[in-house]
Design a binder for this molecule. Structure first.
Ligand code: ADP
Ligand code: MG
Length: 234
């Protein structure tokens, strides 16, 4: 579904991505790991063109999205909930405006998704009345309202209190089992172990190693991968 070839991104003189190559098939869950500053977020942002690549190609269903300004169907993840609107309104705004769904249809879909993440009774609450973990769960189902072909997650649990991490991971694990295509920057190796089809290790502007979670847990090859994993797998 997505073929990234020789993707490059520089900020002025700073070369962040120096030639990233990766294949993402429909239904794949890809976990991207690597040191801070290695370009993981930049890579995700290039995938939905929040950053314009300085070189290379991103083919999405055969169309080069770097080539022209096309209407990409990737969800843009880092959008906050509107504080003055109820959860239900936050979830239905975009599908009604952009997908031209009726309010009733969107409401029904939103309620179903909220029920699925254990928030069926919170539709009329405001964001401030939700915990961090609940807000993050709403953010995920709100993204699903747009029926994206790919979900991109940039460290979705990093800002959460430790006791709220698992409730968000559980939702993502479920999505992973549902065959939704996901690219997730995360160091939650338990999550990677359970749902990732492939783990990708980035460092120094390149993907240095990729493989199954098992490969990374039992048999990493690259010295830098080994050093990195020894720090996060304690
Ligand atoms: P990671 O997500 O792996 O921690 P980032 O992709 O956020 O890494 O950043 C990679 C490098 O690119 C860092 O050195 C960062 O300072 C730099 N960078 C990221 N975004 C910008 C930007 N908009 N302008 C200039 N430099 C940036
Ligand atoms: Mg980042």
């Amino acid at each position: 579904m997505i073929t990234v070839s020789n993707l490059c991104k520089s900020f002025g003189g700073l070369e962040v991505l120096k030639g990233v190559n990766v294949e993402i098939d429909k239904g794949d869950v890809i976990c991207v790991i690597g040191p801070s500053g290695s370009g993981k977020s930049t890579f995700l942002r290039c995938l939905n063109l929040l950053e314009v690549p300085t070189g290379g190609q991103i083919l999405f269903n055969g169309v080069d999205i770097t080539d022209k300004s096309c209407n990409i169907n990737l969800h843009r993840q880092k959008i906050n909930l509107f504080p003055h609107m109820t959860i239900l309104r936050n979830m239905t705004l975009a599908p009604v405006k952009l997908l031209h769904k009726s309010q009733e249809e969107a409401d029904a879909q939103a309620l179903k998704l909220l029920q699925r993440v254990g928030l069926g009774d919170r539709g009329n609450a405001y964001p401030a009345q939700l915990s961090g973990g609940q807000k993050q769960r709403v953010a995920i189902v709100r993204a699903l309202m747009m029926e994206p072909e790919v979900m991109l997650f940039d460290e979705p649990t990093s800002a959460l209190d430790p006791e709220m991490v698992q409730e968000v991971l559980d939702i993502m694990i479920e999505l992973g089992h549902d065959n939704i295509t996901m690219v997730v920057v995360t160091h939650e190796m338990g999550f990677a172990r359970e749902v990732a089809d492939r783990v990708v290790f980035c460092d120094g502007g390149y993907i240095l190693e990729q493989g199954t979670p098992e490969h990374f847990f039992t048999n990493p090859q690259n010295e830098r991968t080994k050093a990195f994993l020894s720090k996060i797998l304690r």
